[in-house]
Design a protein. Structure first.
Length: 651
């Protein structure tokens, strides 16, 4: 089912090609810079010309220890780092921690939690799985190789058996694996697209879900003598139907971005390298699951690389540029698309190796910024990029988005037609090869029959010659010694030989005609298929280059422009207003602080004076109480009459 128009406006496509050329030039120029310099350049452009503040040594050493080995630094390491006066001591510390065995264990724990989600133990021991991850990260195994090993493992190879835990812990359930592979390896959660197009995310389609499901539906668990393996059938398909519209389609391998994955025709004569049997792990000659894993990590749509670049950034800085990490879509655009594109380019340039990629992030000033709320708020309010986002015009972006989508759809159509033509040609080659093999077998059988008949004729001729010679020696005629029976048998053998040689000539002529009718049939099957697909591969490479460049233009910014840009503009304006209010409040607080200090001093002096007055008042009250008590006591005593009054007698 085709969801988009295949129109290809010439003027817009011409503009797109010009922008693609400019992008390639810019990419070539930026590739000469180290990744941490590109990160800092983008951040400088985002936050303005002022130099970004750098965290103190105390803050940096604690942060880098927690992010690279998952532990706080010992006190002796902190003292040694603080006493070190070397200008490059931070890069030296990063290199030491990356080479530390604890770093590999930290990455193994991180990858285990991200991919297994703390699932219960099943079929593979947890210790063996962690040992496999620890060894892989210690040897700096690239992420693409690690992912291919995990998704292609069947548990038969003892060295790679722990890698099968991702599949076996989920009982090789194709639906469960479809969701988890999309989330962990591609950054898209397609669970709600199993029965219909996603009801809330416009860019998640049912075809995307069954594009991943098609690569897994032939795989199933197989238990042999208490050991469980991942077995795969050589054939099998699935037809899905939308619960909303009733539209149906065949599950064909493809990536969520729409790129199809070439499906090899199943050879009808020998589909299995190891045929199914009792207590035998059957192995097909061509594995769909392995083909899907290869196409997923090496596709030009960059979903795999972008997902892991975003996850590793979140590992170091605590939050992804796209967050949540498994919801990459147009309605949830990256907070900084150019930075995510630069990180994706950097991961590809480092060949998916984690250690050098994390080193570049750790050496960037963006990672080494201090955690100071007031400073960050002031820097945010002064950033000119927010005003630029609020004032951006959407019309050129929408026009370029339409041109990019048209070019990508045209490229997908051309690639799909090339794949179909290749499949048709390969099918014709395989059919002709089968016919040739049948004719060759018939010719070999006829040649063996002819050889046997020639030997028999020669034997009968020798016997007849001996009998003729014996009859001549005896002086009798051949009829008298019953040579007629030998002559009859000899004639019969000669007729059979003539018929066999005639059939042999006819088969050889048919073989010659078949080989001449199909070009390249005389070559071996592998060489014939490679020659037949050379043109298609060349077209695929050209189209992938074009669409890969187009993806770098439209996937970060233009995919989100139609829906997310108006909302981003409104949010940016509100954010600028709020941050300006916060800065104004901080300024008012700074002005009020001296007055508050003076008021606090006056309040303290007043309080001391009040305490002094309270003390004096208490003293006065005590004196007043004492005086009142004495007066009351004197008032209660009877008054004594003076002496002269006692001697006076009235008349």
């Amino acid at each position: 089912m085709i969801r988009m128009s295949l129109a290809r406006p010439t003027s817009r496509l011409a503009r797109l090609l010009i922008l693609v050329a400019l992008t390639l030039t810019a990419t070539t120029a930026s590739a000469q810079e180290a990744l941490h310099e590109r990160i800092d350049g983008l951040m400088q452009r985002q936050w303005g010309p002022a130099p970004m503040p750098v965290a103190s040594d105390e803050e940096f050493i604690r942060r880098i220890y927690l992010d690279l080995i998952g532990q706080v630094p010992p006190i002796e390491d902190v003292r040694a780092f603080l006493d070190d006066s070397a200008t490059d001591k931070r890069s030296q510390l990063v290199d030491r921690l990356l080479d530390d065995p604890r770093h590999a264990r930290h990455l193994a724990t991180w990858f285990d939690v991200a991919s297994m989600e703390r699932r219960p133990k099943k079929h593979i021991e947890q210790a063996d799985w962690l040992k496999y991850l620890n060894t892989s990260f210690s040897n700096d195994k690239p992420l693409d190789q690690l992912s291919i090993e995990i998704l292609s493992a069947d548990g038969a190879d003892e060295n790679l058996r722990p890698a099968a835990k991702f599949l076996l812990a989920r009982d090789v359930d194709a639906h469960l694996l479809t969701r988890d592979i999309g989330r962990v390896f591609l950054g898209v959660d397609l669970q709600c697209a199993q029965c219909h197009n996603h009801p809330h995310i416009d860019s998640y389609y049912q075809e995307d879900y069954y594009g991943i499901y098609a690569g897994l539906l032939r795989s199933a668990p197989l238990a042999i003598d208490d050991v469980t393996y991942v077995a795969e059938k050589a054939d099998g398909g699935f037809e899905f139907t939308s619960a909303f519209t009733g539209d149906s389609g065949q599950a064909e391998m493809r990536l969520p971005d729409g790129w199809p994955i070439l499906d090899s025709p199943v050879p009808t004569d020998q589909p299995y390298a190891v045929a199914p049997a009792d207590k035998v792990r059957h192995v097909p000659r061509w594995s769909r699951r392995a083909a899907f894993a290869e196409a997923m990590v090496h596709s030009s749509d960059r979903m795999f690389a972008q997902n892991w670049a975003n996850r590793l950034w979140a590992l170091m800085l605590g939050r992804g540029i796209v967050h949540p990490l498994d919801l990459h879509h147009a309605d949830n655009p990256p907070t900084y698309p150019e930075l995510l594109a630069a990180l994706t380019d950097g991961l590809i340039e480092h060949e998916y190796r984690i250690k050098p990629f994390l080193r570049e992030i750790a050496l960037s000033q963006a990672y080494q910024r201090p955690f100071d709320i007031e400073t960050l708020l002031q820097a945010d309010a002064a950033a000119p990029a927010l005003q630029e986002v609020a004032a951006v015009s959407l019309e050129p972006l929408e026009e370029l988005e339409l041109a990019t989508r048209s070019a990508r759809n045209f490229a997908r159509k051309e690639l799909f037609e090339a794949n179909q033509a290749q499949l048709t040609h390969v099918g014709a080659l395989l059919a002709a090869r089968g016919q040739v093999e049948t004719l060759t077998g018939q010719i070999q059988s006829l040649e063996a029959t002819a050889t046997s008949q020639r030997a028999q004729v020669a034997q009968w001729e020798a016997i007849q010659n001996q009998l003729n010679a014996a009859a001549t020696d005896l002086g009798v005629t051949p009829e008298e010694v019953s040579l007629a029976i030998f002559a009859a048998r000899l004639a019969t053998a000669a007729e059979g030989l003539a018929a066999t040689e005639a059939s042999l000539a006819t088969s050889r002529q048919t073989l010659t005609t078949t080989q001449e009718s199909v070009p390249g049939l005389e070559a071996p099957a592998a060489e014939s298929q490679a020659a037949a697909s050379a043109g298609a591969r060349e077209l695929r490479d050209r189209l992938e280059d074009l669409v890969g460049c187009a993806s770098r233009i439209d996937s970060p910014r233009f995919e989100a422009s139609r829906v997310a840009q108006p909302r981003a503009k409104t949010l940016a304006q509100e954010t600028v207003a709020l941050r300006q209010q916060v800065v104004a409040l901080h300024a008012q607080l700074a002005e009020l602080r001296p007055r508050l200090d003076v008021a606090a001093n006056d309040q303290e002096a007043t309080r001391q004076e009040l305490v002094k007055l309270q003390t004096e008042m208490t003293t006065c009250l005590n004196q007043l109480q004492s005086t009142t008590s004495r007066w009351r006591c004197s008032a209660r005593r009877p008054r004594r009459r003076p002496n002269w009054a006692r001697s006076y007698k009235p008349r």
